[in-house]
Design a protein around this ligand. Structure first.
Ligand code: SF4
Length: 383
């Protein structure tokens, strides 16, 4: 089986579900590194990786979805529920800019008080105030819920966002794209089919989007493979329209589901399977947020891109720790044999050369904010 897979990849052919299963269950690590590097090499230089500094701004923790793997949310009416004001959101963005960051992803909960027009209005103001920062303005899951609150179709919701200047959302809220998994853990989220309906509407309106996956709950290998199968087929349908795929790992602290984290080794093996199977994704991203420096080993398992996160309350509440020692994390990439290139936001559609646009900043310029922080002049967000 291993030889057959290797021959297929050399011939530019796809592997199927059974072959992906074989790789995850039976291939050794060296084989996974070699095969994933082969597919990665179709798009990227072998010794290059890209990154940027970003914050995830959690503008509200009020949520009615009640996912049992989440320790971040508070139900409406709870004493600890919050919704940040516009100025408070701007303070978070200012903090990122002080760190030298260039991208903000917004991620909150299913807050029944927020209409899709509220999002559109807030992001119009934010885009006007921060013309040099890129924003991923909500997750697909939040978009779906906001459309429900607003009693509008996904098409109308996406058009409204596009008309108000939204350029990006993220494919967050996907976790494991299997209806059985969703019913077990997050019945408040919509079905897989509806998730892709929303993605279709978002891309159709000209707004960029991405794909994500979270592993390490209690999902079966079949459920994981269902995720990959559905995603590859959707990415074919939209002609490579999702800009990137990011896989991260479940953090168990304080959640109703509980359990223990999977090992970094399992994460890396799965990342390699993702790169090999998802051959229609140019950018496969590793998660520093949940794996810290060890995520950079993922560059040898097919990933080509990563964030240096400055804050994310959702994962921090569940036990993630964030380091602002960016120099050390970048050294981890170098130690893995990669030149880390600071980049701009990814293009919304794959470019002919499949690359990313380097920001042109030198490493020393990128690291300067972190050095200021180390000197105690900027606030420490975590751990
Ligand atoms: S994961 Fe998101 S949607 Fe689910 S409960 Fe937490 S905040 Fe709500």
């Amino acid at each position: 089986m291993q030889d057959r897979i290797s021959d297929k990849l050399k011939a530019g052919e796809r592997i199927d579900r059974d072959e992906a299963r074989f790789l995850f269950e039976r291939a050794d690590d060296a084989t996974l590194r070699t095969l994933s590097a082969h597919v990665r090499g179709r798009f990227h230089a072998a010794d290059e990786a890209s990154y940027l500094i970003m914050a995830i701004v959690n503008y509200t923790n009020v949520c009615v979805a009640k996912c049992d793997y989440c320790s971040f949310y508070r139900l409406p009416g709870h004493d600890e529920g919050y919704l940040l004001s516009f100025e408070q959101v701007c303070e978070r963005i200012d903090r990122l800019v002080d760190f030298g960051g260039t991208l903000v992803g917004f991620n909150g909960g299913f807050n029944p008080k927020l209409d899709i027009r509220d999002y559109a209005e807030m992001f119009t103001k934010i885009n006007a105030r921060y013309p040099n920062v890129a924003f991923m303005e909500m997750t697909v899951a939040e978009f779906m819920y906001a459309c429900k609150v607003s009693k509008c179709s996904y098409e109308d919701g996406a058009r409204l966002l596009a008309d108000s200047g939204t350029r990006w959302v993220t494919g967050g809220g996907a976790e494991v794209m299997d209806d059985g998994f969703r019913m077990r853990h997050s019945a408040g989220k919509q079905s897989v089919e509806r998730f892709y309906d929303a993605q279709r509407a978002i891309l159709g309106a000209g707004v960029g989007s991405t794909a994500t996956m979270v592993i390490g709950f209690d999902e079966t290998l079949d459920e994981r493979l269902n995720h990959l199968e559905g995603l590859r087929s959707f990415q074919d349908e939209v002609d490579g329209g999702l800009a990137s795929f990011l896989c991260w790992t479940y953090k168990a602290y304080g959640t109703e589901l509980g359990g223990a984290e999977i090992t970094t080794e399992e994460y890396l093996r799965w990342l390699a399977v993702c790169r090999i199977y998802l051959d229609n994704f140019v950018h496969i991203r590793a998660s520093v947020l949940t794996q810290n420096d060890a995520a950079l080993r993922g560059l040898s398992y097919g990933a080509n891109d990563f964030d240096l996160p400055t804050e994310d309350e959702v994962t921090q509440t569940a036990g993630a720790t964030i380091s602002h020692d960016f120099g050390r994390i970048l050294d981890a990439a170098r130690n893995e044999g990669f030149r880390a290139i600071h980049r701009h936001a990814l293009p919304r559609r794959p470019t002919a050369e499949h690359g990313y646009q380097a920001s042109g900043l030198e490493r020393s310029e990128v690291l300067a904010p972190a050095q200021r922080q180390a000197a105690g002049r900027l606030p420490v967000v975590s751990p």
